[in-house]
Design a protein around this ligand. Structure first.
Ligand SMILES: N[C@@H](CCC(=O)N[C@@H](CS)C(=O)NCC(=O)O)C(=O)O
Length: 199
């Protein structure tokens, strides 16, 4: 598998994912600060011209949550997703989609101070998303209980960057504890080291 990435971007999720998956993979640097994402070769992989993206033989995948779902299926030995038929799969999919569909737009709304009716915005409001996340990560250790999953990569990365780089999340104890558990994972540490070396 080839991961197309760029340091200090959302492609950290892809790095963490591949490190959790544990299979050998190739990293291809797409320097979005130099415009690599606009080259036709990369647009053929992700027409949006955004990282991360993944190529696996004939398969092309973009969107971080889709990468998570794809790699979890592709590498079942890493146990990054409950198997089909397991009731835990419901909540797994819920949190995977929640990260893309609710956390990201809630952050954007907070940054832009965009006023929207809660019933109209698909994510309700920033405060509603934050409260729901707090209840989700509180019991721990992971979103699905004892089993870490690719949903923790999506939600964990958003909470980590929400607390650190973006400083947009209130530092509630449940968030600090959950992000602390995420950042203690060896795969997270390896992904951070790759980021640091690439930056
Ligand atoms: N929805 C995408 C977002 C990816 C994204 O926005 N990547 C940014 C970097 S953080 C990017 O590649 N920007 C380059 C550009 O738009 O030209 C995902 O979740 O993977």
């Amino acid at each position: 598998m080839k991961l197309y990435w760029c340091p200090q971007t959302r492609s950290f999720r892809g790095l963490w994912l591949m490190e959790e998956a544990g299979r050998p993979y190739e990293r291809v640097l797409i320097d979005i600060r130099k415009g690599d994402q606009n080259k036709p070769e990369f647009r053929a992989i992700n027409p949006m011209g955004k990282v991360p993206a993944l190529v696996d033989g004939e398969a092309k995948v973009a969107e971080s949550a889709a990468l998570c779902a794809y790699v979890a299926e592709r590498c079942p030995e890493a146990k990054l997703a409950p198997p089909v038929g397991d009731p835990a799969r419901g909540r797994y999919l819920h949190w995977l989609f929640f990260a893309a569909g609710c956390i990201e737009p809630a952050y954007t709304q907070k940054f832009t101070k965009l006023a929207l009716a809660e019933s109209t915005a698909g994510w309700g409001s920033f405060d509603r998303v934050v409260d729901v996340l707090e209840r989700a990560v509180q019991p721990g250790p992971w979103l699905l209980g004892e089993n870490f999953s690719a949903a923790d990569i999506m939600v964990g990365a958003d909470l980590h960057f929400g607390l650190t780089l973006l400083k947009i999340l209130p530092p509630r104890p449940a968030f600090l504890a959950y992000v602390g558990r995420c950042s203690e994972r060896p795969a997270f540490k390896r992904a951070m080291a790759i980021e640091a070396a690439g930056a």
